[in-house]
Design a protein around this ligand. Structure first.
Ligand SMILES: *Cc1c(COP(=O)(O)O)cnc(C)c1O
Length: 402
């Protein structure tokens, strides 16, 4: 066989493994804006699987701001932030994000994945130790691995284990605890107070990725930290030095940011290779995001409505005895176990005009394939009920039988 044939053969062996395990992924083609009723692969479906939680991805004010941004700055940013790609719009957005999160400074990244990998690889090296929840987002796990730090994963939200792990780990190097704020596949919330107490006890620092909390939690949409501070905690940048959140979910545009002290942000600007060696996100994205952030802050009714939908869904799902994970947020998981069952449920819902993707390993641990449902302020009550009726007709067996 030629080199090329050997190469193609090895690729095909890998691909065959994926499809034999029912783990092959397919990309659907969206032919409409991201909204609750989408045109996808030529079908009009009611979607419960976008992260556009507040219904801002297709909001007229955000679109108008995007267009204004294009007129003012053109389409491409043309260079990295450290050369000539850093616009006044990027800078204004960074200042607004810092003020919103109560941090000294914020730094924009083109995506959350890049932000997490960049931050962890920059702040940690092989003398350091990083402790992560087993269910953390892939980008945090990858960042921990790429950093070369001694990497330990604790069972999901198991604070006793984390405490013991840190007790036994020794005190060398920087020690960092890293957690999702709202877990992206289960929808539950990190025990923030306990995490910060453990960090204090072991003289460690904490990083929170609030990708799914930012915009959705807290009275003004400031996320998990704002929600925690409403019950009296003070979580400033000395207590939680590294805060990260994304802009492509509740905020409805694209990109991500890291917020913290002046020294943290300056360190990233000087040393974070995934920040330095990449073209800045288009300035128009920053202009649109500034507009979107105003809507996030000023239109609290979106968060209220989201909460109402989640409560309505959970109440209905309990009546149907659906195998629902215990989540208070807009991410709700119906646990089905095997990939086959998750795919079958997703296909059956699609027959009824409802789009819910099956989530399978390696995105979730083996045996925990599920339907991941996400709600949006743009859904109506009637659409939530439509979802419940469709789920009722599926006659899903309870979790114990899965
Ligand atoms: C979506 C997500 C990311 C990645 O953000 P992108 O901007 O989509 O790259 C990071 N962390 C968590 C917890 C996420 O859910």
């Amino acid at each position: 066989m030629s080199g090329h044939q050997i190469f193609e053969h090895s690729l095909n062996v890998r691909l065959q493994g994926r499809s034999e395990q029912q783990l092959q992924r397919k990309r659907r083609q969206l032919q409409s804006p991201q909204q609750v009723t989408v045109l996808i692969d030529g079908k009009c479906l009611l979607s419960f699987c976008s992260n556009d939680y507040l219904g801002l991805a297709n909001h007229p004010d955000v679109i108008a701001a995007f267009k204004r941004g294009l007129d003012d700055y053109g389409a491409g940013s043309g260079a990295s932030h450290l050369v000539t790609g850093h616009s006044a719009a990027h800078s204004a957005l960074e200042e607004e994000l810092a003020a919103f999160t109560g941090r000294s400074r914020a730094l924009l990244f083109g995506s959350g994945y890049i932000a997490n990998v960049g931050v962890l690889a920059t702040l940690l090296n092989d003398k350091d130790q990083v402790f992560q929840d087993k269910l953390n987002h892939a980008s945090l796990l990858d960042g921990g691995l790429f950093s070369g730090a001694n990497f330990r994963r604790y069972p999901h939200k198991d604070m006793k284990r984390l405490d013991t792990m840190m007790e036994n780990a020794g005190a060398e190097g920087l020690r960092m605890i890293v957690s999702d704020g709202v877990f992206s596949m289960d929808g539950d919330v990190a025990p923030l107070g306990q995490l910060l107490d453990i960090a204090d006890r072991h003289r460690a620092v904490t990083m929170i990725d609030d990708a799914h909390g930012f915009g959705c939690l807290g009275k003004n949409g400031g996320g998990l930290l704002e929600a925690a501070q409403e019950s009296g905690a003070i979580i400033d940048e000395t207590r939680l030095p590294v805060l990260m959140a994304t802009l492509g979910k509740a905020v409805g545009t694209a990109g991500a940011f890291v917020a913290g002290s002046d020294a943290l942000i300056e360190t990233l600007i000087q040393f974070c290779r995934p920040y330095i060696y990449t073209t800045a996100m288009p300035a128009a994205v920053a202009v649109a995001t500034r507009q979107s952030l105003q809507l996030v802050k000023n239109e609290g009714w979106r968060r209220e409505l989201l909460r109402t939908h989640v409560q309505r869904f959970r109440k209905g799902a309990a009546e149907l005895k659906l195998p629902l994970l215990d989540s208070p947020t807009q991410i709700q998981a119906v646990m089905l176990g095997t990939p086959e069952r998750a795919l079958a449920a997703s296909a059956a819902l699609e027959q009824k005009g409802i789009l819910v993707t099956a989530i399978r390993p390696p995105t979730v641990p083996p045996g925990s394939s599920r339907l991941r449902l996400t709600f949006s302020a743009a859904h109506s009550e009637q659409q939530v009920d439509q979802l419940l009726s469709a789920l009722a007709e599926l006659k899903l067996p309870p979790l114990a039988a899965a």
